[in-house]
Ligand binder design. Structure first.
Ligand code: KG4
Ligand code: ZN
Length: 346
């Protein structure tokens, strides 16, 4: 059995975890920076990097202490090496390099998106490759065919905003504070999802991708019109977003080779409405549905440690060199075609 230390610092959560290859999260700590960023209505990269630099080392010490182990007991140190806010990524990755060098424990540079993509396998031992994955976070909105560790085929991505970004912008318009996704979900429960007519961008389109920029603009217009309650706008937005996701997934499922499971991961996968809709979709396609518990959906270090466990278990495993670079962009499927549209996300 292997024990892996995971470090996550790509956005606004400083997180450290110890995970075993038999799926035990032995210890973990997460420090959110919500309060530091709240006055700005979004994550400020410089503030995030400084907070990671202050908090990370004591958190690593505390997690090792919680589990009564030392670095020498670890089989690898896995750290997010991108994609993300580069200052924060560098804090985590350089810390991991220093620990790896001092302890002579192998370093594993993990793609944050791979952490999300494999997190359902940490939660569910029965989930095998391949599976169709909806990866929905603050920075990404993709449908992937996960064929193995390191083997991801992108079936769809967003041509403008990510789904989490759309939730966050809706929250900003409705003055719900930051972070926005959970606040929108909470308010949506009190509203009528059919009350506000909102567009469903790219629904029915013959191309596979997502678009949420038009939906966000429509939410702004609906709010400014003064004709709708905030709860109705939140509920109608969430319904429109879910309708888009279902349509795009139906398209992807029809176009790709079949897989036994439909899986969701990333921060937006914490949304109960999204989960319920996907569960129905999976049932209608005779697929198993797998969603990690909400705490494993939003950014955490257990998923990074788990990605390290998965890499460690591969035949021919080789640690990453100490000069491995931090990467602000790092697509899971580098062979995927570029998408049309301005402001394209990797
Ligand atoms: O995966 P994550 O924690 O960080 C990134 O890698 O981006 O995802 C954060 C995103 C944010 O946009 C946040 O608003 C959204 O996930 N989110 C939610 C919920 N919880 C987090 N969106 C909708 N409903 C939620 N319950
Ligand atoms: Zn994430």
């Amino acid at each position: 059995m292997a024990l892996v230390l995971g470090i996550e610092s790509s956005c606004d959560e400083t997180a450290v975890a110890l995970v075993t290859s038999d799926r035990q999260i032995v210890a973990q700590r997460i420090a959110s920076q919500d309060e530091a960023h709240a006055p700005y209505g979004g994550v400020v990269p410089e503030i995030a990097a400084r907070a990671h630099a202050e908090r990370l080392a004591p958190m690593i010490a505390a997690v090792l202490d919680d589990a009564s182990v030392t670095l020498a007991d670890c089989n690898a140190i896995a750290a997010t090496a991108g994609p993300g806010l580069i200052g924060g990524v560098m804090v985590g990755l350089v810390s991991a390099k220093a620990l790896a060098m001092a302890s002579e424990v192998p370093l594993i540079a993990v793609n944050h998106l791979e952490g999300h993509a494999l997190s359902p396998r940490l939660a569910d031992a029965a989930l095998e490759f391949p599976y169709i994955l909806l990866l929905v976070s603050g920075g990404h909105c993709q449908i992937l065919r996960v064929e193995g560790v390191g083997r991801y085929r992108r079936l769809a991505t967003t041509i403008d905003d990510a789904l989490g970004e759309a939730f966050d912008k809706t929250a900003k318009i409705l003055k719900l504070g930051f972070p926005g996704g959970p606040a929108v979900e909470l308010l949506a429960r009190e509203g009528n999802p059919r009350a506000v007519p909102l567009p469903r961008p790219l629904v029915g389109s013959g191309e596979p991708h997502f678009s949420f920029a038009g939906l966000k603009s429509a939410v702004l217009r609906a709010s400014e019109s003064g004709r709708h309650s905030d709860a109705d706008i939140a509920a109608s937005f969430q319904q429109a977003a879910i309708d888009c996701v279902l349509d795009r997934l139906r398209f992807a499922l029809a176009a790709s080779e079949p897989a036994p499971a439909l899986v969701v991961a990333g921060g937006v996968a914490a949304n109960a409405g999204v989960r319920a809709a996907l569960e129905d979709l999976a049932a209608s396609h005779a697929m198993r549905f797998v969603a990690p518990p909400p705490a494993l959906c939003t950014d955490n270090a257990a998923m990074i440690a788990w990605a390290g466990c998965e890499r460690l278990a591969m035949t021919g495993f080789a640690p990453d060199p100490l000069d491995v670079a931090a990467r602000p962009r790092w697509p899971l499927d580098p062979s995927a075609d570029p998408v049309r549209g301005a402001g394209v996300k990797a």
